[in-house]
Design a binder for this molecule. Structure first.
Ligand code: PGA
Length: 260
């Protein structure tokens, strides 16, 4: 099965770039990518909501092999939720992936595991793929509580899903202390937690779901550390923040296999 757990490299742009800058970045990235990249790795970009239509249009009209993704959504289809975006709106823009429960949403905007669970279900209902994030703080790691924290996030975030749904989704392990700090988890630490996540999925949803679910690592992924991280058996991709804002750096991460 050549495509079993095809790696997924995702660029989380966070609150960067207006729609003009977004178009430029996608075009620059398309010049860097080759048809071989397309065969061996899936790539997604997750611009701010206001850029999505422009990014979708350039990707579709220029036939750029990059998936369009969002950074968040609400769980309801419509209603009196000022400032929120419905998953149905994202599906209409041909978004294929939605990041759910990023630590910045949890820490800065108070998202709970229950919210994350509702969002995961809503994204699946609209036939998009959630990238469900999990990860511990530095305090939690130092107190020896990293595994429990992540286990709880996975169990609660995926509660009520069917095994085949879980097999199709993406989980991103992002230790909070590694995000935007330049400090990366060692490949061994990242592998250990990603392997643990796969075990938690196996226990709750069975071996097939665990074998199929893609697990990304995120937190200061750069061209220099991507090859070793991606070489770990339970790491199937990367969720990249800062380095995804530079087309050349992001392309080098996508092409991690070419590093010597
Ligand atoms: P970073 O962000 O690569 O800038 O550390 C990763 C993320 O928050 O998804």
């Amino acid at each position: 099965m050549a495509d079993a757990r095809k790696p997924l490299i995702s660029g989380n742009w966070k609150m960067h770039h207006n729609h003009f800058e977004a178009i430029q970045l996608v075009q620059k990235l398309s010049y860097e990518l080759t048809t071989e990249d397309e065969d061996v790795v899936d790539v997604s970009v997750h611009p701010p909501f206001t850029d999505l239509r422009s990014v979708q249009t350039v990707i579709e009209s220029d036939k750029i092999p990059i998936l369009v993704g969002a950074q968040n959504c609400h769980w309801e289809d419509k209603g009196a939720f000022t400032g929120e975006i419905a998953p149905s709106m994202l599906a209409k823009l041909n978004c294929e992936l939605v990041i759910v429960g990023h630590s910045e949403r949890r820490e800065l905007f108070g998202e709970t595991d229950e919210d994350v669970n509702r969002k995961v279900k809503a994204v699946l209902t609209h036939e998009m793929t959630p990238i469900m994030c999990c990860g511990e703080t530095l305090d939690e790691r130092e107190a020896g509580g990293a595994t429990d924290k992540v286990t709880g996030q996975i169990k609660q975030g995926l509660a009520g899903l069917k095994a085949e749904q879980v097999g199709g989704l993406v989980i991103a392990y992002e230790p909070i202390w590694a995000i935007g700090t330049g400090v990366t988890a060692t490949p061994d630490d990242a592998q250990e937690m990603c392997g643990h996540i796969r075990t938690v999925v196996a226990d709750a949803f069975g071996a097939d779901a665990a074998a199929a679910v893609r697990i990304q690592y995120g937190g200061s992924v750069k061209p220099g550390n991507a090859p070793e991280l991606m070489g770990q058996p339970d790491i199937d991709g990367a969720l990249v923040g800062g380095a995804s804002l530079d087309a050349a750096d992001f392309a080098r991460i996508i092409q991690y296999r070419l590093a010597v």
